[in-house]
Design a protein around this ligand. Structure first.
Ligand code: HGY
Ligand code: MN
Ligand code: MN
Length: 411
């Protein structure tokens, strides 16, 4: 049966070599990767993958948000099956987050070629721009613009920490790849399957090699801006101070408490990015900004947290800025059944779980039947140079992806 044949044509050495080679673009000295979206290292990594896709006989297209599409034609003029993920990384990222899903997609293309197989539908591997959202906020910008092109108007003027706008970064990308054929966004797709590392401990704790991902929990990002008064650290008596950091810490404590009260055991709250002005050792802070990343599988908890966050900000005289929000997502039952069938065919035990991390699939799920496959993360570590997955699991995940995509491409 063709799906099993393609799964068996997945080549471990080729897959692992591609992961190590892609990781050289923005390699850190500690084994991790620092490859911000649309920066020089990202552009060189894209050039490497464009060349590799062309060598596999694929056509290459780009859209208005610099999403890349590597397409292997099928026998019929039908909507493609899509797979893929992102290759931008966290500043202290690993070599697998996102990249593994893109490279496993490439491995499926190569396995189809090795088997000289002609699927009914085209297969497309996508690279979605700026999924991490650390250079330009919000996250998953490319996939969200692909499914809803009107979002581009809002994204164009978003600036990174060096005040470079997304549109300037996109212009830079266009100049780097002048001959790349442009493609409209919102192209129809028959289905989308994303393979990704779990980035958490569940699969490893259960001793299970693959997860069929039922959906993704919801997420809310905010920035809080607190005003104080700059003054001399040595001469200003404590009672006379308006120390922005003292005010911010009190605000953080209240937000942290309400997050845990509302979310209970499923709470995931992170105060990840801080900025202080004037950030001088001997001047009382005049302004402090910090971010919150709040996640939960229950939409009503997310809504309640939003209300409390605004009320707490108001009570503290702080300005609150909503940066990103996405409701919990449930993936398509027929795609999940196809993933289940692939895992069974490969005699792999599976867990069904909800993703703690968000992924581009959360937007593709609004566009076409979508689903995800996870492989274990060693020690549950991710967004960290130590991010790693057992080679056998990486190959098994790619084989399950190959089996599932081949089945869907012959729908
Ligand atoms: O933040 C996330 O969940 C994703 O890893 N960017
Ligand atoms: Mn990711
Ligand atoms: Mn990530």
């Amino acid at each position: 049966m063709i799906a099993r044949q393609i799964a068996d044509a997945v080549n471990q050495d080729r897959l692992l070599e591609s992961i190590d080679t892609l990781a050289t673009f923005g390699a850190r000295g500690d084994g991790g990767v620092d490859r911000p979206a649309l920066g020089e290292r990202d552009i060189e990594a894209r050039r490497f993958l464009i060349d590799r896709a062309r060598a596999l006989g694929c056509s290459v297209h780009v859209d208005a948000c610099a999403n890349l599409f590597f397409r292997r034609e099928g026998g019929a003029a039908l909507a493609p099956v899509m797979t893929g993920s992102h290759i931008d990384t966290q500043p202290t990222g690993g070599k697998l987050d996102g990249c593994y899903g893109v490279l496993a997609g490439f491995e499926v293309l190569a396995a189809l070629n090795d088997a000289n197989a002609r699927t009914r539908r085209p297969l497309e591997v996508a690279i979605w721009t700026n999924e991490e959202g650390t250079r330009f906020s919000p996250g998953a910008m490319g996939s969200s613009a692909f499914v809803e092109p009107s979002r581009m108007a809002r994204y164009a003027d978003v600036r990174d920490s060096e005040r470079i706008t997304l549109s300037a970064a996109l212009d830079h990308h266009r100049r780097a790849f002048p001959g790349l054929p442009q493609r409209a966004q919102h192209e129809a797709a028959h289905a989308f399957v994303e393979l990704h590392i779990e980035q958490g401990p569940q699969l490893e704790d259960a001793g299970v090699p693959l997860a069929v991902v039922n959906g993704i929990q919801g997420v809310r990002w905010y920035a809080f801006h607190v005003q104080g008064t700059a003054a001399h650290a040595g001469t200003t008596p404590m009672p006379l101070r308006r120390d922005a950091m003292t005010l911010a810490i009190a605000l953080r404590q209240e937000l942290d408490a309400i997050a845990h009260e509302l979310g209970r055991a499923d709470t995931r709250v992170t105060f990840g990015r801080w900025s202080i002005e004037p950030n001088s050792i001997n001047t009382i802070p005049s302004a402090v900004s910090f971010t919150i990343d709040f996640r939960h599988p229950d939409a009503s908890v997310l809504a309640a947290f939003d209300e409390h966050a605004h009320a707490i900000a108001q009570r503290h005289g702080a300005r609150i800025e909503a940066l990103f929000t996405h409701a919990p997502v449930a993936f398509d039952a027929s795609v999940l059944a196809c993933i289940d069938e692939a895992c069974r065919a490969l005699d792999a035990r599976t867990l069904h779980l909800t993703s703690g991390a968000f992924h581009d699939a959360m937007y593709l799920a609004t566009h076409c039947p979508s689903g995800m496959i996870f492989v274990p993360s060693i020690d549950g570590i991710s967004h960290n140079p130590a991010e790693a997955t057992d080679a056998g699991h990486l190959v098994l995940g790619a084989r399950a992806l190959a089996h599932c995509l081949t089945t869907l491409c012959n729908d």
